[in-house]
Design a protein around this ligand. Structure first.
Ligand SMILES: [Zn+2]
Length: 250
C-alpha cells in the first residue's frame, strides 16, 4: 500500500480548498435545517471518530495536525465521505437504510479516512486541476498561484463525487480494517457492510424494474464494489483480528 504519486498540488492547498468546500456544504445544509439535527446520531459518529483518529498517523504523520470534523447531513442519499484534511460527513440515508451498527460505522468511516490518509483526493484534485486548466505540469508546479479558486473548488468537489480506482478502494479497505481493529471495533463488520450494500442495491434495482423508482446507493457509485472485494477483506482479516482481540480484551 502506498500513498498516491501524482501529488502536484501541495497538501496545504488541497486541504484549504477541501476545507472551504466542506464549510460551504455544511453551511448550505444548516440553512436548510439539514445539519446535525439528530444529536444522538451525531454524538455516536463523533465518538467513533475519536476512537479511530488517534491511529491515523500510522498511515500519514501529517494527520496529527489535521483539524478533523464530523457532521451528519439529513439526506436519503446512501453516502459518506472524508475530504482531504479530515473533513468527514455521513448522510442519514446510509445509517437508516443499512441500519448500521457501531462496528459497521467504524469500518466505513475508517475506509473513508483511508482515502484521505492515502491522499487519493489530493491525487484526484491534482489531476482535475491539470485537466481543467490545461497547463503543463511544469507550469503548474512553478506557478500554482495562477490556478483560480474556482478551479480548485471544482476539483475538490470532483474529489468526492467520482469513483476511485479499484486499487485505491482495496488500499482504503485495508486502512479501514486496521483503524477499526486498533480502535476496538470488530473489523469483520466490513463484510456485513458490503453484504448489506449489495442487498440494498439489488432491492432497489428490482423496485426500479417494477417502475417503483429507487436509485442505486450513491456510495456504490463512488466506491465501486467488485466481486472479489469481500474475498479480499476476508483474506486480510487474519492480519487485523489480533489487533482487535488485543484491544477488545484490554
Ligand atoms: Zn472508497
Amino acid at each position: 500500500m502506498q500513498r498516491s504519486r501524482l501529488l502536484l498540488l501541495p497538501a496545504s492547498t488541497v486541504e484549504r480548498s477541501a476545507g472551504q468546500q466542506y464549510g460551504q456544504l455544511m453551511r448550505a445544509a444548516s440553512q436548510r435545517g439539514l445539519l446535525n439535527n439528530d444529536p444522538q446520531q451525531v454524538e455516536r459518529l463523533r465518538a467513533i471518530a475519536r476512537e479511530l483518529i488517534p491511529h491515523s498517523t500510522r498511515f500519514n504523520p501529517e494527520a496529527g495536525k489535521w483539524r478533523w470534523e464530523v457532521n451528519l447531513i439529513a439526506s436519503k442519499s446512501v453516502n459518506a465521505f472524508c475530504m482531504p484534511g479530515g473533513k468527514i460527513a455521513f448522510f442519514t440515508g446510509i445509517l437508516d437504510s443499512l441500519q448500521l451498527t457501531d462496528d459497521e460505522i467504524a469500518t466505513i468511516m475508517g475506509h473513508e479516512i483511508g482515502h484521505a490518509l492515502l491522499e487519493h483526493g489530493r491525487a484526484r484534485m491534482s489531476q482535475q486541476v491539470l485537466k481543467s486548466v490545461g497547463i503543463s505540469v511544469a507550469a503548474a508546479v512553478f506557478n500554482l498561484g495562477q490556478i483560480s479558486t474556482e478551479v480548485l473548488a471544482q476539483a475538490a468537489n470532483l474529489a468526492v463525487s467520482l469513483p476511485y480506482a479499484r486499487q485505491q478502494e482495496s488500499d482504503a479497505d485495508l486502512v479501514g480494517l486496521e483503524l477499526a481493529a486498533r480502535a476496538g471495533h470488530d473489523p469483520r463488520a466490513a463484510i456485513s457492510v458490503w453484504q448489506k450494500m449489495a442487498r440494498l442495491s439489488q432491492s432497489r434495482a428490482q423496485a426500479g424494474a417494477k417502475g417503483a423508482g429507487g436509485q442505486p446507493p450513491q456510495f456504490l457509485s463512488t466506491h465501486p464494489s467488485h466481486t472479489s472485494r469481500i474475498h479480499e477483506i476476508e483474506a486480510n482479516l487474519p492480519r487485523v483480528m489480533p489487533l482487535y482481540r488485543m484491544k477488545a480484551g484490554s
